[in-house]
Design a protein around this ligand. Structure first.
Ligand code: HDL
Ligand code: ZN
Length: 419
């Protein structure tokens, strides 16, 4: 190894790691974003950011006894954003992670938040061209590619695909399965109406017909993977309808068509229904079910993230046992600095560099800026400590090796796993 590239002191190590982590482009493997080709499905700008469902749930707590969920949702988007800005940013310091996010975005865009004028901030976004702004946000966030969430039973989105939507190649499809797996009662009639021979109890030719339906949409969307959010009580094996659909249609398709399967496990939908999208909660899930799927389907590649912090250690242990299991991201209710740090430290200690540390779950384009800058800060600090631990043994690390490692975490591990 050449003398020139050895890092011999912590100060140099910190400088190099922070630079590399800040500058290394990422692939965002799970988002709810759409590019401008999808028209009104693309969400961006301050009012959309401020009415992110994470902020809606925080607003409704602050508004208890004053504004009901129904009253809030009856407001215009602008009125909702004005109320959230007033209550969560002006009437109290915006220290929650969901509040800090938009401020990070405004700051990264060079806007001055010190006078706290939402109308002035709105002015920056007026007349922006969505495609030009997309380039600016991706470049500012250091994101090269994102994976969308594409539901083949969403009539609005389906029409766009059927009409031949021309979309941005940086926005890859993720074939979403929740309507099939988790809402079969509602979806079965829709599939039957499209000519698929499927039954309410998933009997007869239902499994092969669901596979035929998903293969149609694989052709249409060219997804990088199939994905589903599963409830905390999902079990495998089990005699539940949900598990039968997974066992008889989804896993065989993933296996036969070599299409990776992303499992996001632990959501409890609508724990408080009037909150709508903001009303989902979480439960502790069963890692043994993940292990049994990985064991029963060794050639299927499973991307797995879990919603409960209590499941993160078990997921790391499971990943040590099953090479076809790739843990990813700090999802939703664990996407907070204190938990991201704890989870990422644990993953490096148990999986080395063999995991995908983060995804954004962004719903609004601008969020990419804060979700990734907040994460990069934490990743850098974890890696500095881990490389410093190595250096104390006499092991010498180079900037080139750090770049190699960080590129794997930020994109290489994902491309290698799904290709
Ligand atoms: O099921 C999912 O993909 C979750 O990410 C939900 O969409 C959730 O509402 C969310 O946006 N979490 O960040
Ligand atoms: Zn999501």
């Amino acid at each position: 190894m050449s003398e020139l590239c050895r890092i011999t002191d912590r100060e140099t190590l910190e400088r190099q790691v922070r630079r590399i982590v800040a500058d290394t482009p990422v692939v965002d493997l799970h988002t709810h974003l759409y590019d401008a080709g999808f028209g009104d499905l693309m969400l961006w700008g301050p009012d959309e950011m401020l009415t992110y469902h994470y902020l809606i749930s925080e607003l409704l707590r602050a508004e208890r006894g004053r504004t009901s969920p129904a009253q809030f949702y009856a407001m215009s988007r602008r009125e909702q954003a004005d109320l959230i800005w007033q209550r969560l940013f002006l009437d109290a310091s915006p220290i929650s992670e969901a509040c800090r996010g938009p401020l990070t975005v405004f700051h990264a865009l060079g806007l001055d938040v010190s006078n706290r004028s939402l109308d002035e901030l709105r002015g920056y976004f007026a007349d922006r061209d969505p495609e030009e702004y997309t380039d600016h946000v991706l470049q500012t966030a250091g994101v090269t590619d994102v994976v969308m969430t594409n539901d083949p039973l969403d009539p609005h989105e389906v029409q766009m695909w059927e009409d031949g939507v021309v979309h941005d190649i940086r926005f890859h499809a993720g074939l979403r399965l929740d309507a099939i797996i988790c809402q079969w009662a509602q979806s079965q009639p829709k599939l039957a109406a499209q000519g698929y021979d499927v039954t309410p109890d998933f009997s007869g030719r239902s499994a092969e017909e669901v596979m035929r339906f998903l293969r149609y949409w694989r052709e249409k969307m060219d997804p990088l993977y199939m994905a589903v959010s599963l409830p905390d009580d999902f079990r495998y094996p089990a005699d539940s309808l949900q598990t039968r659909i997974v066992e008889q249609a989804i896993l065989p398709l993933a296996d036969q068509d070599e299409l990776p399967l992303a499992l996001m496990i632990g959501v409890i939908r609508a724990v408080n229904p009037p909150l709508l999208l903001a009303g989902d909660g979480m439960g502790i899930s069963d890692v043994r079910s993940v292990e049994r799927m990985c064991e029963a389907w060794p050639s299927v590649r499973f991307l797995v993230t879990m919603l409960a912090q209590e499941n993160q250690h078990g997921l790391c242990v499971a990943a040590r046992k099953f090479p076809n299991l790739m843990p990813f991201g700090c999802w939703w209710f664990v996407n907070n600095p204190s938990l991201i740090e704890r989870i990422t430290r644990m993953r490096t200690e148990m999986l080395g560099l063999g995991f995908i540390p983060q995804h954004s779950d962004a719903r609004i384009l601008d969020q990419l800026i804060y979700k990734w800058s907040h994460f990069r800060e934490i990743l850098a600090e974890v890696l500095v400590d881990k490389y410093a631990d190595l250096m104390r043994t006499g092991w010498q690390i180079t900037a080139e090796e750090i770049q190699r490692d960080v590129s794997g975490l930020c994109s290489g591990n994902f491309w290698q796993f799904v290709s």
